[in-house]
Design a protein around this ligand. Structure first.
Ligand SMILES: *Cc1c(COP(=O)(O)O)cnc(C)c1O
Length: 411
């Protein structure tokens, strides 16, 4: 799993300073003195690079943004107060009433309701597709389509998209592609697969220990020559391109979402997120190995386990060829019904029952009675939420201890 080694070096080196305090500085100030009117004017017109006001940027969060941009190979990034804030920022800075969004995969609950309920109230229509509906996805694109949104791994249905194939459709049709990579940081590199925007809930694996809620959207550079964002479809973004060139999408996100909607991160949260990032590569490698081991062992005991590393999973081949670094910490166990799922969960001793994922600790939750309780039967069926479905997020414990915990709970 050498793919993680480069990040073990890059992340610790980029986060720690060589001179002065090694640990990132926490600048806990909502506003900043400008010193003079001329400097104030320069800060507001962008010619002076100093903090303006914490809603639109904070030095600690700026360090986090620069690390995340380098990690993803982007031109810049915008840190946000939560993962949902990052999705809202990425989407709402690009779409307007009358536009359409194509949403692919077994979506995270909050993302599904953002598209299906909230954006709909503002006149933005979303169309939902399963990961392999490539022909239908391409056919659904029209002049109003502004964004294709997908999750690198369906949470919790564990469907694996062929991101490069969807990226090729987005490129051919000239539509922006945003990938929610929350579950697979370092494993999947969306910008190299044709995405324009990478979205994270940093609350999960990036921080890794439930200490801070946060998110980020990372953007690619606008090309000097031809670029999908320079076409008629994205006409209303053109003023940003004239002013900011390659970094125009950062301006779009900051001015059209962060400034006006205010989903800004807090300096202390960004500090904790930076600390988590230092060990991300080590943790992802450990988790990728453990989740396969736990899935295989529990499958062997007769539990209905779903994970792409298992031979019977419909995307097993794709897992082996396109997800060499693994597909994150999730597996699911499908119990016969809700009461059997509750029985198993309540008998677990090591595993924590919670809605979070990507923590140092192993976590589990019954889906239908919690995150998906507000969803009707057809929506649950589309998202793969069966009555007895348990989602498990594998942590850093000894995989044998995790296996033993589930085995004792199931017997
Ligand atoms: C948790 C999660 C989110 C939302 O993140 P928050 O930080 O809880 O707002 C978005 N997408 C995925 C895939 C998630 O798991």
């Amino acid at each position: 799993m050498n793919r993680f080694e480069k990040y073990n070096t890059q992340l610790v080196q980029k986060i720690g300073a060589k001179e002065g305090p090694i640990s990132p500085s926490i600048t806990h100030s909502a506003s900043f003195g400008y010193g003079s009117c001329e400097t104030a004017e320069g800060i507001f017109d962008g010619s002076v690079k100093k903090p303006l006001y914490a809603r639109v940027g904070n030095p600690t969060s700026a360090q986090l943004e620069s690390v995340l941009a380098q990690m993803e190979g982007g031109v810049g990034s915008v840190a946000t107060a939560s993962g949902m804030a990052a999705s809202a920022l990425a989407v709402m800075s690009i779409v307007s009433a009358g536009d359409e969004v194509i949403s692919i995969g077994g979506l995270f609950g909050g993302s599904y309701s953002l598209f299906n309920e909230t954006l709909r109230r503002f006149g933005v229509q979303s169309h939902f597709f399963a990961v392999d509906d490539l022909d239908a996805i391409e056919a659904a694109i029209n002049d109003h389509t502004k964004l294709i949104f997908l999750e690198s791994v369906g949470n919790p249905n564990l469907q694996l998209p062929d991101i490069a194939a969807i990226g090729a459709i987005a490129r051919k049709q000239g539509v922006a592609l945003a990938v929610d990579n929350t579950v697979t940081p370092l494993c999947v590199r969306p910008l190299e697969l044709g995405a324009d925007i990478v979205i994270y809930s940093t609350t999960k694996l990036i921080t890794g220990n439930a200490s801070a809620l946060g998110g980020a959207a990372i953007y690619r550079a606008i090309n000097e020559s031809e670029d999908k964002f320079k076409t008629e479809r994205y006409q209303d973004l053109h003023p940003f391109m004239e002013k900011m060139g390659a970094t125009a999408l950062i301006g779009v996100a900051k001015k059209r979402a962060m400034r006006d909607l205010g989903m800004s991160p807090d300096a202390f949260g960004s500090y904790l997120t930076l600390l988590g990032l230092e060990t991300l590569g080590l943790r992802m490698e450990r988790i990728a190995q453990s989740v396969e081991r736990v899935a295989a062992a529990l499958h062997h005991t007769g539990l209905h386990v779903s994970h792409p590393s298992l031979l019977h999973h419909p995307h097993h081949e794709r897992y082996k060829t396109l997800f060499e670094g693994g597909c994150g910490p999730l597996l699911t166990i499908d119990c016969a019904d809700k009461s059997e799922a509750f029985r198993l969960l309540n008998r677990l001793k090591l595993t924590t029952i919670t809605a979070n994922i990507g923590d140092s600790r192993t976590l589990a939750l019954h889906m239908a009675s919690t995150i998906y309780r507000d969803f009707d039967a057809p929506t649950r069926a589309f998202l793969g939420i069966t009555p007895g479905l348990i989602r498990v997020s594998i942590g850093l414990e000894s995989p044998q201890d995790i296996i033993d915990d589930f085995v004792q709970a199931a017997t």
